[in-house]
Structure formats: structure tokens, C-alpha cells
Design a protein around this ligand. Structure first.
Ligand SMILES: CC(C)(COP(=O)(O)OP(=O)(O)OC[C@H]1O[C@@H](n2cnc3c(N)ncnc32)[C@H](O)[C@@H]1OP(=O)(O)O)[C@@H](O)C(=O)NCCC(=O)NCCS
Length: 300
């Protein structure tokens, strides 16, 4: 039997401590029989970060997405499709949920309101999942700025959604680097929901294995489950180095042609963690948030 205390101990072994912010992907079954079920796992995380810490989980909507973009999403009732632990956290009375038709998160703890509040109105960082998904003020943007913990609990490297954040800032950095005259043509080639286009999609299994092999991800166990964890900036920084250091291995030809010379990986990440960095680019004059709100776009 695995207990809540085992969860806390496993997280402590990774280096997580009081006051930390932790985002995690999870599988309940991976830990064998857990005494107290999903609530006990969440309790173990809350114990590890203490009363000043914050626990965040994905509550993504990855199935039954029919109709126009976002029409399937009801902020109050649409369940998380990414595991019983995440859905259990979402349903807690003290949980906050961010608004997004695909990439919402739920959070409990000190920064829960702040980490979830801005995604509803976010905009302007192009991606196939509408431009709020990983934009300035979105949960992944904030978790990266805060250098929160990123944890994989009993799951495969395939689930590393942090790589969507990497992909989004890589595209945004290339657009930012282009002249204003070139930018609109480049932007129009980026993949959109339901429409083809270029997108970087490094394979997550070998990328995760590389990050574990070089120690970027620390390893611990909780019962029979393998747990990997690292800081957001460590994962993103090292993954950008790996991908941009060997673009032909990780990025397809169409994306490489679109991107041109690979940017400096350190400069890419730095552009999104400095205060105010990664603000929406100019043009078009308005952008639509995932909640359907039109927003003026400030000049970059
Ligand atoms: C898909 C995934 C959620 C499946 O994991 P899982 O452990 O089988 O499922 P859940 O975490 O939802 O837990 C439910 C399971 O726990 C079991 N369970 C219930 N109570 C339990 C307990 N006390 N102890 C252990 N297992 C228990 C349930 O019976 C159920 O198993 P079943 O489907 O065989 O009946 C997981 O592999 C995964 O990929 N998680 C990450 C998803 C993600 O974040 N994706 C990001 C974008 S790709």
C-alpha cells in the first residue's frame, strides 16, 4: 500500500520543500494501491509544499472536442481528461481553475488564484490551440517565470506538456526576430486549430529520456512509481539547447525552413522570463482571447 506520507517523502527526495509551487502530471494506478485514493495523493503534495506552497495540475480537455473551437468547454463542469487525481483536485471547494478550452489547469494553495486568473484574457502567442494557451499570463508562462517544479508521477515522457510551451516560445521568438514586414507572412504559416501549417514538435520520449539521463530531471520513487522532477526553467533551458543544438534531429524540414538559422537557446528562454518579456507582438491590431474577447495588441 502506498500512503500520503510516501507521496510527500518522494517529493522531498526530489528536492521539493515548503513554499514551493509544483505542477504535476500523474497516474494513480502507477503507485500501486494508494490508501485514501486520489485525495491522499493531493494531500501528500499539499503536505510537501506546506501552507505557503501551491499545487497545480492539468485539467485539460483532450476528448470529445466537437464543433467550433471552444464550444465544447464549460468552465464549471467540463471534467479533466488527464487523470483521476487532476479531476479530484479540480472538484475541491478550495480549487481554482484557469479558463481554456484545451489547456486549463486547476490549483490549490497560496498562488492558486494568481496562476489561474489570467488565462481567460490572455492572447497573442500563436499556437494551434488558440493564442491564449501558452501566452503571457497563462499558467505555463507564470510557472516558468516563477521557476516552479515540474513533476511527472508514474507517467511516460510523452505527456510532457511543458514541450508545448517550448514549442510556442520557439515560434514566438522566431516571429519576434523577423522584421515587421516579414512577420505577417511568417505568422500566417503557423499551424492553427483544424488547419495545417508549420509547428515544431520534438519527440517527447527521447527528449525526456535525454533530460533524465543528463540529470536535468531528478528521479525518485513513490511506491512502485517512478517520479521525475525539475524546475521549469531547467527543463526548458536544457531542452532548447538539445533541440536547437541538433535541429535536424528534432525539428522537421518545413519548420526548419520557416525558422531559418536556429536562435540562441539561452536568449530564447531569457526573453520569456524577464519581467514584461514575451508581451504580445504587434499586428494584427486585435487578437481574440480563447474566451472570445477581442484585445488590442500592444506594439512590440
Ligand atoms: C492516462 C493516465 C491518466 C492513466 O493513468 P491511470 O493511473 O490508469 O488512471 P488515473 O490516474 O485516472 O486513475 C484511475 C485508475 O486508478 C484506479 N484506482 C482507483 N482507486 C485507486 C487507489 N486507491 N489506488 C490505486 N489505483 C486506484 C482506478 O481503478 C483507475 O484504474 P482503471 O482505469 O484500471 O479502473 C496516465 O497514464 C497519464 O498519462 N497521465 C498524465 C496525463 C497528462 O497529464 N497528459 C498531458 C497531456 S498529453
Amino acid at each position: 500500500m502506498t500512503t500520503s506520507a510516501d507521496v510527500t517523502a518522494g517529493l522531498r527526495a526530489l528536492g521539493i520543500t515548503t513554499g514551493d509551487t509544483v505542477f504535476f502530471h500523474s497516474s494513480l494506478k502507477s503507485m500501486g494501491r494508494v490508501t485514501g485514493g486520489p485525495e491522499a495523493v493531493i494531500g501528500g503534495f499539499l503536505e510537501a509544499v506546506g501552507p505557503t506552497g501551491t499545487v497545480v495540475v492539468p485539467t485539460f480537455t483532450l476528448t470529445e472536442r466537437l464543433g467550433p473551437f471552444g464550444s465544447w468547454y464549460d468552465h464549471q463542469t467540463t471534467p479533466s481528461t488527464v487523470g483521476l487525481i487532476t479531476e479530484t483536485l479540480r472538484r475541491r471547494p478550495d480549487a481554482q481553475r484557469s479558463f481554456h478550452p484545451v489547456h486549463s489547469v486547476a490549483a490549490v494553495g497560496r498562488l492558486a488564484r494568481i496562476v489561474t486568473a489570467q488565462q481567460r484574457n490572455a492572447f497573442g502567442r500563436r499556437s494551434p490551440w488558440c493564442d491564449a494557451g501558452f501566452a503571457q499570463g497563462s499558467p505555463f508562462d507564470l510557472l516558468t517565470r516563477w521557476n516552479a517544479w515540474y513533476v511527472l508521477l508514474g507517467v511516460e515522457f510523452q505527456v510532457q506538456t511543458i514541450m508545448h510551451y517550448l514549442e510556442t516560445i520557439l515560434v514566438d521568438a522566431a516571429l519576434r526576430r523577423a522584421s515587421v514586414a516579414e512577420r505577417e507572412a511568417l505568422r500566417s504559416q503557423v499551424r492553427r486549430w483544424g488547419a495545417p501549417g508549420i509547428w515544431p514538435a520534438p519527440e517527447r520520449m527521447p527528449l525526456g529520456a535525454a533530460l533524465a539521463a543528463d540529470g536535468t530531471y531528478r528521479h525518485a520513487t513513490i511506491g512502485p512509481a517512478d517520479v521525475y522532477g525539475s524546475r521549469f526553467q531547467a527543463v526548458l533551458g536544457r531542452a532548447l539547447e538539445i533541440v536547437l543544438g541538433a535541429p535536424a534531429t528534432w525539428l522537421d524540414e518545413a519548420f526548419r525552413a520557416w525558422m531559418g538559422a536556429p536562435p540562441d537557446p539561452t536568449a530564447v528562454l531569457a526573453g520569456y522570463v524577464t519581467p514584461g518579456g514575451g508581451a504580445p507582438l504587434a499586428a494584427p491590431a486585435q487578437a481574440i482571447s480563447c474566451a472570445g474577447l477581442a484585445r488590442p495588441v500592444s506594439a512590440a
